[in-house]
Design a protein around this ligand. Structure first.
Ligand SMILES: Nc1ncnc2c1ncn2[C@@H]1O[C@H](COP(=O)(O)OP(=O)(O)OP(=O)(O)O)[C@@H](O)[C@H]1O
Ligand SMILES: [Mg+2]
Length: 505
């Protein structure tokens, strides 16, 4: 650096500043784009690739595909102000992860020939961004699926109800057979809808605080039977009582089942499926494929196999509903979507680590529950079969007609209303219901919960049954907390009649 002779104190101060920068790689370039000197941070970033030595061209630090872009901004910066916009590039170090990326900026030096190169590692930031975008995408797919499933549910309820009613009229044998076929297909449709609602996190859940390890252990015999003799199930669980989580136990069983079946399918020649539980306290966001897990206390349930692994190109898609690489073997692609929906609805996250040919580990992150283990609610009093007067509020006419028909056939008195306003009018007119059966989502200003609240204040001892295709949590807080019963759509008329029998009055 002949130009700088005589300015040693300034240069020393500059170098100190330059070296103090720990995260950002910096290099001063000469008029030909070669490195004059670089800070230690740049050396660290370059890792196992070419070192940023004096006289080496700046562009040579980067991968073959991205070196050209860097060379261009170096040339532009050397031509003088203004500084060219920064570019994204990859360093030449081939041992870096496939998604490693740096942002490279270059600007002319002030009052001197040459340029300053800045290299910032943006891998973590871009991973976080990618995960956020991925999460948002799945959420909007979920909203769409949930909306379709909701409408579909109403159709299925109408189909099942009509078939049930026709069957109850005692048709001839072939007709009865056809009607049973219809009910059978509709209930298969209902199962599919249920999975979609699970993915959309809109399922009716009955969350309880439970010890995770015990729940997993209780499930182990069934899992072992399911995965068959060629596969081993190895549990690595903390000693009792272990951490607690707040989930719906039967949904958790479903989650374990889906993951175990996937693990088994990934190891067709047999192998070991490992299920482990650990607690982790995060002090910062944890970015992993599948999710950005925020800081907090987590219970992590891991299901791991040593199977074929997941191709990197498939990894971002595995949680999508209907994404499957096993279509020929009857895969529907709803297994992982269901897992994700259930875990999310329980306030958790799902992350995945996979290497093709080496295996896959799914990690389910549940918030640590601080409350005591909850005891299941006592079973409601059995049906008395007494005739009741029922206020039936449902905006879908066919569905309302069917339900009214079934209720009347069972000896109840029914007053139908198409929305909350009409229901209130009926009561104002002098109709005194024993039981309110109301859809939760309805047109008009009042939903079913608001209607129930209003009527309970005016009709003492009113039994309340809310009906919805959406999960309790999705339709509003405290359906159970208020002592209201909840019936999930589509329901069998039998279930409605049973609920009427047990509705408190
Ligand atoms: N443990 C695993 N190892 C390798 N690939 C997996 C594993 N788990 C899931 N996958 C991949 O993710 C895809 C989606 O899984 P998902 O459980 O949603 O559907 P599926 O298993 O294909 O079908 P279904 O669960 O409906 O029978 C699978 O087709 C497979 O490609
Ligand atoms: Mg599956």
């Amino acid at each position: 650096m002949t130009e700088s002779r005589g300015r040693e104190p300034e240069e020393a101060a500059f170098r100190k500043l330059f070296e103090a920068e720990e995260a950002v790689g910096l290099a001063v370039l000469d008029t030909t784009g070669r490195i004059l000197f670089a800070n230690a941070a740049l050396g660290r970033l370059c890792g196992a690739g070419p070192a940023p030595q004096a006289a080496c061209p700046a562009a040579s630090l980067f991968s073959a595909e991205t070196a050209q872009g860097v060379a261009e901004i170096v040339r532009a910066a050397l031509a003088g102000p203004p500084a060219p916009p920064a570019v994204l590039a990859r360093l030449a170090d081939t041992t870096l992860p496939a998604d490693a990326q740096v942002e490279v900026a270059c600007r002319p030096l002030r009052g001197e020939a040459g340029a300053l190169l800045r290299v910032t590692d943006v891998t973590a930031r871009r991973r976080m961004q990618a995960q956020m975008e991925e999460g948002a995408r799945l959420q909007s797919v979920g909203r769409l699926a949930g909306g379709v499933a909701h409408d579909f549910n109403n159709l299925l309820a109408a189909i099942t109800g009509a078939a049930e009613a026709a069957l109850a009229r005692g048709p001839d044998a072939p007709t009865a057979e056809d009607l049973r076929q219809i009910m059978d297909s509709a209930s298969r449709g209902a199962r599919l809808v249920k999975q979609l609602l699970a993915f959309a996190s809109r399922q009716a859940l009955a969350p309880r605080v439970l010890p995770l390890a015990e729940t997993v252990e209780a499930m182990a015999p069934l899992l072992r039977r399911l995965i068959g003799g060629r596969h081993l199930l190895a549990l690595d669980l903390p000693p009792a009582p272990g951490p607690r989580v707040r989930v719906d136990g039967s949904q958790l069983d479903q989650v374990l089942l889906n993951l175990a079946v996937n693990a088994r399918d990934a190891m067709p020649a047999g192998g070991t499926i490992r299920v482990g539980i650990e607690t982790l306290a995060l002090t910062a966001d944890r970015v992993e494929p599948g999710a950005v897990v925020p800081p907090g206390d987590w219970v992590v349930l891991t299901v791991e196999d040593s199977g074929r692994g997941i191709a990197p190109a498939d990894l971002p898609r595995i949680f999508e509903p209907f994404f499957t690489t096993r279509r020929a073997d009857g895969g529907t692609g709803l297994g992982l979507s269901t897992v994700l929906g259930i875990v999310r609805q329980s306030g958790g996250h799902v992350t995945v680590a996979s290497r093709p040919g080496e295996g896959t580990a799914f990690r389910l992150w549940f918030p640590v529950a601080m409350e005591a283990v909850s005891v299941p609610a006592p079973v409601a009093v059995p049906a008395t079969g007494a005739a009741r007067s029922v206020l039936l509020v449902e905006d879908e006419a066919p569905l309302r007609r069917l339900a009214a028909h079934a209720l009347k056939a069972a000896g109840h008195t029914v007053r139908e209303a198409e929305d909350a306003e009409a229901a209130l009018e009926a009561v104002a007119d002098g109709f005194v219901p024993d039981v309110l059966v109301s859809d939760v989502t309805m047109p008009g200003d009042m939903d079913g919960i608001a209607l129930a609240d209003a009527l309970r204040a005016t009709v003492p001892g009113l039994g309340i049954i809310l009906v919805s295709g959406y999960a309790e949590r999705a339709v509003g807080e405290g359906v159970a907390g208020r002592g209201y019963s909840f019936l999930e759509k589509p329901f069998r008329m039998k279930a409605l009649l049973a609920a009427i029998g047990t509705a408190s009055s």
